[in-house]
Structure formats: structure tokens, C-alpha cells
Ligand binder design. Structure first.
Ligand SMILES: Cc1cc2nc3c(=O)[nH]c(=O)nc-3n(C[C@H](O)[C@H](O)[C@H](O)COP(=O)(O)OP(=O)(O)OC[C@H]3O[C@@H](n4cnc5c(N)ncnc54)[C@H](O)[C@@H]3O)c2cc1C
Length: 417
């Protein structure tokens, strides 16, 4: 027997985009169901960065205290070590108070927090272990989704279906919106290293001899990502674990003491990097947001924050429409087009910047960011130009293009409970 639920909004996917939209709609009193295919949020591949734009929203939501109780690391400055030269590449202290740093918090903790907060709203419902398998239609109009759960099939009927099920979105595929793929020259190998006994200053990344190593400080260990050429993982494995460890030692000699902790390929995951964007973000009764609308590269770690910003923009535009009594499908569809208009430009611009960075770091051994010792021109750039552009980089990374704020109408009277 098929179980059935009827709701105003059905969201496929409980990632940052889906959970934030679910939370906001629930708070605004709109009936919403979020379907998440996994039984929990514990996924190692998820990014960890919570940027100032998202912290501003956490404040607006009034959940700062609950956020602070979760272990996290906070860095006001992100350093990159280029050929042994430490650069203070990004300094968030030039941003307006109070959120002037980047927070590293495991994404599952952030999602648990959003879920916990959302559950306070009677109109919010989260169904875990519900794998959305397709959408249902009446003519050209989407009327909800079908999902597989441990108890059998589930049909969710909804006035609006939102694809927030990530870059391999089942819903976006069913909607057949057309997707532009942008070539990416890199993939990422993803692994943990112990923190060295002799403390190493928190460093976002190391670049040397065409290699790039990302090191995200988590409380107990370093979450690391070593860039490799696109589709090159089998070559990396064929060269052997010794060669892999040597490469890490060369690019980040200060991590040499902990590299031997990597003993087998089971400890190394491949994360395929991709950038794409749907040609249209919506069609009758359905909308794509987050990576389902635009897969982001890990460059600048802005994907979570962009997914969250999409959710806020969608809530700001949709809540007044969904609250109107007797509102019809045509009015909802017009609102969906407005969401796309608002978010397409900031997404496109950020993806373009990410592609420029790919162009530089994808050159492998031909990549020259800085000489050691730096040339006269490079020394001048570090001393004179970097301080001038640093605040701009902080804004770009911290806020992205067109950061969103939650409308008072969506937040309710107090903003917090
Ligand atoms: C290697 C790598 C590292 C990254 N690092 C960072 C970083 O440090 N910081 C950062 O901000 N961004 C990072 N990103 C980007 C970031 O992970 C994404 O942009 C962001 O998670 C998108 O959020 P989302 O909610 O749209 O999608 P997702 O986070 O992908 O969430 C989608 C959710 O939908 C669920 N789902 C999928 N299919 C179904 C289905 N059929 N039915 C039901 N549920 C489903 C998934 O389980 C998941 O919970 C990184 C990306 C990559 C590739």
C-alpha cells in the first residue's frame, strides 16, 4: 500500500538548501515536508564552512546560543602557504561586526541544528530515510513526488515541489530543465590527517610545484583535500600510496610527521568536482535551489552558503504568495520565476570566479602563483596590492554576490522563539 501525505510544499533533500527552506517555511506557518534519503546527516564529504553571510542569518533566526553550544573552530583569517611563503590571503576582520570570521563546523551538526529548530514549528515535517524516486504530474504541472522509505512507497502531494537534492538531483532530472555543464580540470581526494604534535598555524591551503592541499581544521584532526587532475584517481592509485604521501610531504612539509597515518586507499575518498547550472530553475509547480540548480566547486567553500542564500530568497518571495488564500498555481509559478531572477546572477558570477581559479590551479606543474624567493614584482604585489584587495576578497568569500536577509514577514514578529 502507498502511504500518502498532502502538504503545501514538498522539499526533496535535507541538505543546507532544503533544511533552511524547510525551517523558514515552517516558521512562517506554511505546511512543509522535507524528504531526506539518508537516515542521518552524517556525511563526511560535506563541506564544513559557515561563512559570515550564513552567520548573519543564524543571528536573524535567533539560534546563536544553540549554534555556540556545538563544537566548532573559528578563523578570522585564512592563510595560504605558497611555495613555503605564508600569505594572509583572506582577512574577515574588515567585514562589519559581529560576524567577522569563517566558522568550521561539521555540516551534519549544522543540519541537526536546523532540523531541531525546524521541529518546533507544527507545520514542519522531516521524513528521514525517504529516497525521492520521481515527481508526479498532472499534464505539465508537477503535483508532488514519489519516495521510497523502509516502510514502502510514499506519495507526497504538494502545491509546490522543491528540488534541493544536490548536484545529482533526481527531481531536477525528472523536470528536464536542461543543464549547462562547465568543464572542470580537477577532482579532489579527501582524507583525514592527525593534527601534528608541534602546533601548525591554522592554514586553509598549501600550494607548491603544481600541487594544492586544502587543510580544514576540525577540533580533533585536519580534514584534507589534495587536488588531482580530473578523472586521474586511478593513475594516482597506480602510482602507489608512497608516492601519494610524498606528494603531501612536498606540498606541506610541516605535516610530514602525520602523513604516515595514511596507510590504505580505504582512507582516501574521491570527490568529483563539478560546476553546472540549470537553464531554467523552475517549471509548473517545481523549483530547483542549491546544488540542484547550480553545482558549486569547493573553491572558496561557498557552496553551503549559496545553497542557504537560495533558500532565504525562495522563502522571502514564496511566503507572501503561499499565505494568500485561494492562490492558484499560476501565481506560484510566477513567484518561482522571481526566485530564479534573484539568484541566477549571484550564482553565475560566483561560478565564473571559481572557473578562473580552476584555470590557475588546474595547470598542474605549469601553475606559477609565486616564486620563492618572490620576484621584485611579486614582493610589491604582496606588500602593496594584497592589502588593498584583501577586504574585497573577504567580502567576496564571506558574503558572495548579493547576500540575502530574511524578511520580517518570514521571520514572524520576534525573529526568535
Ligand atoms: C569536494 C567538495 C568540497 C566542498 N567543500 C565545501 C565547503 O567546505 N564549504 C562549502 O560551503 N561548500 C563546499 N562544497 C560545496 C557544498 O558541499 C555544496 O554546494 C552544498 O552542500 C550544496 O547544498 P545543497 O543543500 O544544495 O545540496 P547537498 O548538500 O548536496 O544536499 C542534498 C541533500 O539531498 C539528499 N538527497 C539526494 N538525493 C535525494 C533523493 N533522491 N531523495 C531525498 N534526498 C536526497 C542528500 O542526501 C543531501 O542530504 C564542496 C563541494 C565539494 C564537491
Amino acid at each position: 500500500m502507498i502511504e500518502e501525505i498532502s502538504t503545501r510544499v514538498c522539499i526533496a533533500g535535507g541538505g543546507p538548501a532544503g533544511m533552511m527552506l524547510g525551517l523558514l517555511l515552517g516558521r512562517a506557518g506554511i505546511d512543509v515536508v522535507v524528504l531526506e534519503k539518508h537516515a542521518d546527516f552524517f556525511r563526511d564529504f560535506r563541506g564544513d564552512t559557515v561563512h559570515p553571510s550564513t552567520m548573519n542569518l543564524i543571528d536573524q533566526l535567533g539560534i546563536r546560543d544553540a549554534f555556540e553550544r556545538i563544537p566548532h573552530a573559528r578563523l578570522p583569517r585564512l592563510d595560504a602557504v605558497v611555495d613555503g611563503i605564508r600569505l594572509h590571503a583572506i582577512d574577515f576582520r574588515s567585514l562589519p561586526k559581529p560576524n567577522r570570521d569563517v566558522t568550521f563546523m561539521p555540516q551534519w551538526d549544522l543540519l541537526d541544528l536546523l532540523a531541531e529548530e525546524a521541529r518546533h514549528s507544527p507545520s514542519f515535517r522531516l521524513v528521514m530515510d525517504a529516497d525521492v524516486t520521481g515527481v508526479t504530474w498532472t499534464g505539465q504541472h508537477v503535483t508532488g513526488v514519489m519516495a521510497q522509505t523502509p516502510d514502502g512507497e510514499l506519495r507526497v502531494r504538494a502545491d509546490l515541489t522543491v528540488a534541493a537534492d544536490g548536484r545529482d538531483s533526481t527531481v531536477r532530472q525528472a523536470l528536464d530543465l536542461g543543464v549547462d555543464q562547465f568543464g572542470v580540470p580537477i577532482d579532489l581526494t579527501w582524507f583525514r590527517l592527525d593534527r601534528p604534535v608541534a602546533p601548525v598555524p591554522d592554514t586553509l591551503g598549501y600550494l607548491r610545484d603544481g600541487s594544492v592541499l586544502i587543510t580544514i581544521p576540525r577540533p580533533e584532526y585536519l580534514q584534507c583535500g589534495l587536488l588531482i587532475p580530473k578523472d586521474g584517481f586511478s593513475d594516482v592509485k597506480a602510482a602507489g600510496m608512497d608516492a601519494f604521501r610524498d606528494r603531501i610531504r612536498r606540498v606541506a612539509p610541516r605535516l610530514g610527521s602525520v602523513v604516515d597515518g595514511l596507510r590504505s586507499w580505504d582512507q582516501v575518498k574521491l570527490l568529483s568536482v563539478q560546476i553546472d547550472r540549470v537553464q531554467r530553475w523552475s517549471r509548473g509547480g517545481a523549483l530547483c535551489i542549491g546544488d540542484a540548480a547550480h553545482a558549486m566547486s569547493p573553491v572558496f567553500g561557498v557552496g553551503i552558503n549559496y545553497a542557504v542564500q537560495d533558500a532565504v530568497a525562495a522563502a522571502n518571495i514564496l511566503v507572501p504568495v503561499l499565505r494568500e488564500s485561494g492562490v492558484g498555481p499560476a501565481a506560484i509559478d510566477r513567484a518561482l520565476v522571481r526566485v530564479e531572477r534573484r539568484r541566477r546572477m549571484p550564482t553565475t558570477l560566483m561560478q565564473r570566479v571559481q572557473m578562473v581559479v580552476h584555470g590557475v590551479i588546474g595547470r598542474g606543474r605549469d601553475m606559477v602563483v609565486l616564486h620563492n624567493p618572490p620576484t621584485m614584482g611579486e614582493r610589491l604585489a604582496i606588500r602593496l596590492v594584497l592589502p588593498l584587495v584583501r577586504p574585497l576578497i573577504a567580502r567576496l568569500v564571506g558574503y558572495g554576490f548579493r547576500p540575502e536577509r530574511i524578511d520580517a514577514d518570514v521571520l514572524g514578529e520576534s525573529g526568535s522563539r
